[in-house]
Design a protein around this ligand. Structure first.
Ligand SMILES: [Zn+2]
Length: 288
């Protein structure tokens, strides 16, 4: 028997209660614990590295019938970043932007968009390299030291607080308790990042693009995939799902609407809460 959402039938029965809980979850969704997290993150980075830090959010802080979704958006600042921010603001939902360092220097608009991302309390910034491997991934990952340097340059130029990173073109995980490399030729580089103190996080589900670089398929289909991952225990950490898409797929009205509807329906289902990536289980543990 596969696992299922424990409270699904109860929610169906007590519709009035569900409505009340939806109102409460809107507050929950907004991740208004941002200040605490930022302050804690700064404290962590200043403390002695030998001090074991406790993750701010663990399973006990979320009702057992809820699943946790981490919305993450790669390759910003980019075309679509402003549309993304409009959706997140409208839905009052938090997310993580995995930034490409050089994109912040691509144009005046991208520079301005970086400031918009930095100043938005719903957004957490993380490292997606400086060069994005120049989109030549196989060569990039052959030189582990150069990969680490590339992430260091992005960290410095974007003034990122911590070392949460996502590898360009690769779904790689290097946390204390998760070690996954999708393409083995990247193993040395991934280990190098880990050794340099980067917490490398991939994704459980990607909303991929069409050939026109718009969001492919409907929000209904994507919600089914979310449900399917949880029902079949396919997420890396039980009850936690890292969702990925890209700013630049959000340039047309249909894609904008689809992402908006996706988030709205997830919120209204009352089955999910949303978190920034620094709240992923054990991500703040000191690497050993
Ligand atoms: Zn990317």
């Amino acid at each position: 028997m596969k696992k299922k959402f424990g409270e699904k039938s109860r929610n169906m029965t007590f519709l009035g209660m569900t409505a009340l809980m939806s109102a409460a979850s809107l507050v929950f969704n907004s991740c208004n614990d941002k200040t605490d997290v930022k302050e804690s993150a700064q404290i962590i980075s200043q403390e002695h590295p030998t001090v074991q830090t406790v993750p701010q959010i663990d399973d006990e802080s979320v009702e057992t019938d809820k699943r946790i979704i981490y919305l993450t958006f790669d390759d910003g600042p980019n075309q679509g970043t402003e549309n993304l921010l409009k959706i997140l603001n409208k839905r009052n939902v938090c997310a993580t932007a995995f930034l490409v360092g050089k994109h912040a220097y691509g144009s005046k608009r991208q520079k301005d968009d970086l400031e918009l991302l930095k100043s938005n309390p719903l957004i957490e910034l993380a490292n997606h390299s400086f060069t994005h491997a120049h989109n030549k991934y196989t060569d990039f990952y052959k030189n582990a030291d150069a990969v680490v340097r590339d992430f260091d340059i992005a960290k410095d130029s974007l003034k990122l607080y911590d070392k949460i990173a996502r590898t360009p073109g690769r779904n790689i995980w290097r946390l204390n308790n998760i070690n996954v490399t999708d393409i083995k030729g990247s193993t040395d580089a991934a280990n190098g990042l880990r050794k340099a103190g980067y917490k490398v996080i991939g994704w459980d589900l990607e909303w991929r693009p069409s050939q026109k670089m718009t969001l492919k398929g409907s929000h209904e289909a994507m919600i089914k995939k979310v449900d399917s991952i949880f029902l079949n225990d396919l997420e890396k950490t039980s009850r936690h799902l890292v969702f990925l898409t890209h700013d630049q797929y959000l340039r047309d009205a249909d894609s904008i609407n689809e992402l908006d509807m996706f988030i709205e329906k997830l919120q209204k289902s009352n089955k999910f809460v949303f978190r920034k990536i620094s709240q992923y289980p054990k991500i703040n543990d000191i690497l050993n």
